[in-house]
Design a protein around this ligand. Structure first.
Ligand code: ME8
Length: 541
């Protein structure tokens, strides 16, 4: 299940839709870039890919944020949603659809979903009594709350004893109200069965959910009295109730496929193959609630859920109160877009939290991008080692390969295979480490083969053009293949490299990830460009 096939398979790739209760930070950008890399890799692999992102705009949390900022809710949501979109455009995140839950097409989809659940008998009216966390928009059981202190705010200058959520630390309140309930309790076994088929990566998150499921599931309240929460989609035929923001938000993934105007059960629709990319904070919503809603509606479940860990800053949780929230636009201005993309994808783990520190960025960007990758590219494509002025010709006579060449070719095949396995499962961090290992090997190969000693010199030192051709052909193949592999990670630098080599666009696909390209006959221009290519500058502290 981990291997992508070049078979024009349809796939929907999603990010969470982000709350517009504050501007985007580096964590949001990370999710966007991770999903963008995964989408680019799928497109590269020949899959018919629909990649979506967007903003989650309903709920009391958003309404409150607007008030705090002294704006009306519509104005405020427009402003923040645009900031997310601008950041993603600026970061070369090539989404195919940007959804906002305040759009009319989404309202239609949510109403259809609601009616479907109702018709199939999974919604009933019930009385809710229990703890409610306004910040997390969720109901909590006794075991999920604990005693704590309320935060100090301008309106509450003195911290008081109160109950808080164990998970998030946010204040909870006791609530009794009538609303619509969803028969979540009916789906424990079906969700477990779905999980048996290797749906969640990495496994730690699946185990978390299995642990939660062990205790059984309680029915879920899926509406709020409009008197308390009016910024949302009204329950069809009952405007006194507003649809719960998570049912509203999760349905966005179907809205982008054209639901309800398209049939979610059509095996040729994007809904037949869905991959959600999410952060570890919203695992419960995507691995319990969402599959349960889909099971109740009788629609296919996601094929894959890829979860990632969080970013900390100098090992501390990012938060407004600590004042350590990293502004993504400033970082891009400082390190360059490709630098930030690379650093986020290499440093951001799926299981372990990534840590943002300026010192680390400087070291990594200089060591990996400038010294290891950039140097290899400029050295092996520079005029000095191509005295004929032409790219090396394909080595047809295999007897010309020495043991070292054969070893290098084996390394190429290994790198392709190992990197593909990681990228296919969305693990760009591990994939990048595979590529780095390969790059070290290539640089070692060039160092040991000393091609510069084979270049004929004016002062009559005899060269060896045949051997030089073999080494440079092998080196160039390494550059071409690494550039193809790194395309989802650093799309601009790799494009510049492939352009520099005059590789046609039609030769930049999964099928081209193999040793043996014919530069003389397949490139649009086989001449070595007169200006050398410098991809990355060293970052000075
Ligand atoms: O939860 N490190 O929206 P949200 C890495 N609207 N990623 C982070 C992060 C961090 N420190 N902080 C946030 C919501 N993220 C809902 C989702 S989906 C139907 C509705 C990323 O604005 C990560 O992807 O709180 C996380 O899951 C998401 O932002 C939460 O964004």
């Amino acid at each position: 299940t981990d291997t992508l096939k070049n078979d024009n398979k349809k796939i929907l790739i999603t990010t969470p839709i982000f709350y517009v209760n504050g501007p985007p930070h580096i964590g949001h950008l990370y999710t966007g870039i991770l999903a963008d890399a995964f989408s680019r890799w799928n497109k590269f692999s020949g899959n018919d890919t629909l990649f979506m992102t967007g903003t989650d705009e309903h709920g009391s949390k958003v309404e409150e944020a607007a008030k705090k900022n002294g704006l009306n809710t519509v104005e405020y949501t427009n402003q923040i949603s645009n900031r997310f979109r601008e950041l993603f455009d600026f970061s070369n995140i090539k989404y195919d659809d940007y959804i906002r839950t305040t759009e009319p097409r989404h309202k239609v989809a949510v109403e259809a979903m609601w009616n479907r659940l109702l018709e199939r008998g999974y919604i009933y009216k019930g009385k809710y009594q229990g703890w409610y966390c306004m910040s997390d928009e969720s109901f909590l059981t006794n075991s999920q709350v604990t005693e704590g202190m309320s935060p100090v705010t301008p309106t509450n200058p003195v911290s008081k004893k109160c109950m808080v959520s164990l998970e998030s630390g946010h204040v909870v309140e006791w609530l009794e109200e009538e609303n619509y309930m969803f028969k979540l309790s009916a789906f424990k076994e079906d969700i477990e069965k779905w999980l048996d088929n290797n749906k969640v990566y990495p496994l730690v998150y699946e185990n978390q959910i299995r642990h939660l499921l062990k205790d059984g599931l309680k029915d879920l309240s899926i509406s709020r009295p409009t008197s308390r929460c009016s910024w949302g989609i009204p329950v069809p035929n009952d405007p006194s109730q507003t649809i719960y923001v998570w049912l509203d938000a999760l349905t966005n993934y179907m809205t982008v496929t054209g639901y309800p105007h398209t049939d979610a059960n059509d095996p040729n629709s994007y809904w037949s193959n869905v991959c959600h990319i999410i952060g570890k904070d919203i695992v419960k919503f995507h691995i319990i609630y969402w599959p349960a809603f889909l099971l109740a509606a009788g629609y296919p479940l996601p094929q894959k859920i890829i979860c990632h860990a969080h970013w900390t800053v100098n090992r501390e949780k990012m938060s407004k109160s600590r004042g350590n929230v990293v502004n993504p636009v400033e970082s891009i201005e400082k390190y360059g877009l490709e630098g930030v993309r690379y650093f986020l994808l290499k440093g951001g783990g799926l299981e372990d939290d990534g840590d943002w520190s300026d010192n680390e960025i400087n070291i990594k960007l200089t060591a990996d991008l400038a010294s290891t990758f950039g140097n290899l590219v400029s050295r092996s494509t520079g005029k000095a080692l191509h005295p004929s002025g032409q790219w090396p010709s394909k080595v047809v006579d295999e007897s010309l390969f020495t043991e070292s060449d054969k070893e290098m070719i084996k390394e190429i095949n290994k790198a392709i295979e190992k990197t593909s396995i990681q990228f296919n499962r969305g693990d760009f961090k591990q994939g990048i480490y595979e590529i780095l290992d390969f790059l070290y090997a290539v640089n070692g190969y060039i160092q040991s083969q000393k091609p510069w000693t084979l270049v004929p010199k004016k002062d009559k030192v005899v060269g060896d053009l045949t051997r030089l051709n073999t080494i440079m052909y092998t080196a160039l193949e390494c550059v071409r293949i690494v550039s193809l592999l790194l395309t989802p990670v650093i799309p601009q630098a790799t494009k510049s490299t492939l352009d520099h080599l005059s590789i046609p666009d039609s030769n930049r696909r999964l099928k081209d990830l193999k040793f043996g390209f014919d530069y003389i006959n397949q490139c649009t221009n086989d001449q070595v460009p007169s200006t050398s290519i410098i991809l990355f500058k060293r970052v000075d502290k």
